[in-house]
Design a protein around this ligand. Structure first.
Ligand code: SF4
Ligand code: SF4
Length: 339
């Protein structure tokens, strides 16, 4: 079984405990944070395991890259701490499982992996996406969402099979070596989670925003600046690949929209709260959504732009009620092409 690449001594010697001190959901004094985190590192029960809302943010907060969130998930699973009620957890494992129905299909580069979001294929259109092939479905699903369910074991079991399917049924027969990740979480899987657990990724993962930016730079002369003020909802998986956050600024600059100064932005971004709802912590989820949407509105946003479809489904209604327009990044960028 794949083991997490993590150095316990680094944590035990760490005085700052940034992973917990910067957490927006766990409020502990420094000494207590150190004590609780040390317990967790030593494999003992810790309040952190119960209070964590699985927002992924501490993966970004640790200045040493020592994988605090992946460790939390390991410990939750080992100590049977279930962040989401067990019946929901078990039904998700079945519902999102591989079907074994994948068939060989030749594709042509550039190839976009839609992950489990085949229903969003309509957004892969227009000038930016001309000539792309798409693949997707439960047999090539990254399964990283099981981090929210304390089930690293499910990811460990399924991800190598999924990677094998991508190669065998799509990329290898077509001679394609790069895979554009429609879902930010797939990109986080291939560039962060897989290396952290020693799983080899035989293709080059490309972030969707990176692909879009390069395409749009080639088509720069056709872009008409939009002139809107747009708040960005940063997804949890972006904490696994924080280097991609600057791509949002680059895309915004290209299409002529402003990213307003917000309280809950960049490292302090708030989770969309869909997973907090799944954990049945409804008051916390509601408060989180209220703070987030009020912050967008107070910053003067006219649009709220989304990277992850799950964040979109969770926040679209409160965003609209607050008088803003929810939109996926691909659609916002296509507007700049008049599409
Ligand atoms: S995970 Fe990082 S920030 Fe947290 S205690 Fe360990 S070394 Fe320190
Ligand atoms: S995943 Fe989020 S809620 Fe959990 S400890 Fe890390 S920062 Fe806090």
């Amino acid at each position: 079984m794949q083991r997490l690449r993590f150095d316990p001594d680094l944590c035990l010697k760490c005085e700052t405990v940034d992973c917990i001190m910067r957490c927006q959901y766990i409020h502990l004094e420094q000494d207590r944070a150190k004590e609780e985190h040390d317990r967790l590192v030593r494999g003992r029960m810790s309040s952190i395991l119960h209070e964590c809302v699985t927002c992924y943010a501490c993966e970004e907060y640790c200045p040493h890259g020592n994988h605090p969130f992946y460790l939390i998930v390991e410990r939750q699973e080992a100590l049977s701490v279930h962040p989401v009620p067990v019946p929901i957890e078990k039904s998700q494992v079945v519902m999102m499982g591989p079907r074994g129905k994948i068939r060989p299909r030749e594709v042509q580069a550039p190839v976009i992996n839609m992950c489990f979001f085949g229903m969003m294929k309509g957004g892969i259109r227009g000038r930016i996406f001309e000539g792309v092939s798409t693949i997707g479905g439960p047999d090539i699903f990254c399964n990283l969402m099981f981090l929210h369910f304390a089930r690293n074991s499910t990811i460990k079991e399924r991800l190598p099979v999924m990677i094998g399917n991508i190669m065998k049924f799509h990329l290898e027969p077509s001679g394609v070596h790069e895979l554009i990740c429609y879902h930010d979480e797939c990109y986080g899987t291939y560039t962060s989670w897989a290396p952290a657990f020693g799983i080899e990724v035989p293709f080059k993962p490309v972030h969707l925003f990176d692909f879009m930016l390069k395409r749009m730079l080639d088509l720069k002369d056709e872009i008409r600046p939009l002139g809107f003020t747009v708040a960005y909802q940063r997804p949890c998986s972006s904490r696994l690949c924080p280097e991609t956050d600057s791509l949002v600024d680059d895309l915004f600059a290209l299409i002529g929209v402003q990213r307003p100064k917000r309280r809950y932005e960049y490292g302090r971004a708030l989770c969309c709260a869909g997973v907090i709802d799944a954990a049945q912590r409804f008051d916390l989820a509601e408060e989180n959504r209220r703070k987030n949407v009020e912050d967008m509105r107070a910053a003067g946003a006219q649009y709220a732009v989304f990277n992850c479809p799950f964040c979109f489904w969770t926040l679209a209604e409160p965003v609209m009620k607050a008088g803003m327009v929810p939109i996926m990044m691909s659609d916002l960028c296509l507007m700049a092409f008049g599409q």
